[in-house]
Design a binder for this molecule. Structure first.
Ligand code: NAD
Length: 296
């Protein structure tokens, strides 16, 4: 199949593009390189178009995996966030309609805000920032597009993804990555007081699995993509200490963000039932594999 991966220079897009090449697809990446990094693509065997999502690449493609997005959740410029994420997506959907391509795209657990865990797809959205709001509007645009075109359009609400290829994200990389870097540099890991904030951390291979499965189904649904298990920041430090054979105590600091999610946890019932999604890695297994890959 001819496959287009937008945002393919980024963390998830580059891992996905390489997995698709591994499945013998003809893969083209489109990325404006505003946030991703070329180093993620050194081993990628396919075409790379440096362009914005507003400029149609030469097609047709059979499927689009749309990962491109501003992923800095602290961007408060609403015009920039909405223009890039929502209007960019509208362009991608117009190409898909012209090519009769199916679409699998990245939504986010940011849609849930501080809704009660475990978070279920049918819950009312409650985004706490314009990033989460942009994903909420994208879901609405996707629903309408699917109704109008009848083409498959599957949205995946990723929780906190971690794995090789996220280093360029700096302070927006997963807490697992950030804390590991501090510990490797010989510092006590710094987390917001009192470390009991919980996240559903999902290993990159499970996210790739969800994308590949989503490419096989019809409809216009959204699905949670997490591990289904919520772990505190204190537990992350515990897992890193085990894997790295260290014994660091956390250093607690004040949290400056008012829009911080306190507890995220994916309800996976729908993803398991309709997508046959089966996350394979818990926190300790994922951290062990990550550390073993030398990318952590
Ligand atoms: N990493 C996570 O934990 C997580 C969680 C929830 C949702 N997501 C979503 O998954 C997707 C991938 O995230 P990521 O972690 O790989 O982030 P990333 O920042 O590494 O990748 C995003 C990529 O999109 C590109 N991009 C941004 N705007 C573009 C545009 N208008 N045209 C072309 N390219 C553009 C960037 O250059 C970057 O390479 C995003 O849609 C993000 O919102 C990620």
């Amino acid at each position: 199949m001819r496959v287009l991966v937008t945002g393919g220079a980024g963390f998830i897009g580059s891992n996905l593009a390489m997995a698709l090449v591994g499945e013998s697809h003809d893969v083209t990446i489109l990325d404006n390189f505003s946030a991703g990094n070329f180093s993620n693509l050194v081993k990628f065997k396919g075409d790379v178009i440096c362009s914005d999502c507003t400029v149609q690449p030469p097609g047709p493609f059979d499927i689009i995996f749309h990962q491109a997005s501003i992923t800095d959740t602290t961007v408060t410029d609403q015009n920039r966030m909405m223009a890039n994420n929502v209007e960019g997506f509208r362009h991608v959907l117009a190409w898909a309609a012209a090519w009769k391509a199916r679409v699998v795209w990245a939504s986010s657990a940011a849609i849930y805000g501080n809704s009660a865990p475990p978070m279920v797809e049918s819950a009312a959205p409650h985004p706490l920032n314009v990033y989460g709001y942009s994903k909420m509007v994208m879901e609405c645009v996707a629903r309408l597009w699917h109704r109008q075109t009848g083409l498959p359009c599957i949205g995946l609400r990723y929780f906190n993804v971690y794995g090789p290829g996220e280093g360029h994200k700096g302070r927006f990389a997963s807490m697992i990555y950030q804390l590991a870097q501090q510990m490797k540099a010989g510092h006590r890991p710094r987390i917001f007081r009192d470390g009991s904030q919980k996240r559903d951390f999902v290993w990159i291979d499970d996210v790739i699995q969800a994308n590949l499965k989503a490419a096989e189904i019809s409809g216009g649904e959204v699905f949670n993509v997490g591990s289904g298990i919520s772990e505190s920041f204190n537990s992350v430090i515990g897992a890193l200490n085990v894997v790295m054979h260290t014994n660091y105590e956390p250093e607690y600091i004040d949290n400056p963000y008012h829009f911080f999610q306190k507890h995220t946890e994916a309800d996976l019932a729908k993803s398991i039932a309709l997508l046959s999604y089966a996350p394979r890695s818990g926190l300790l297994e994922g951290v062990r594999e990550y550390y073993g890959s030398c990318a952590l």
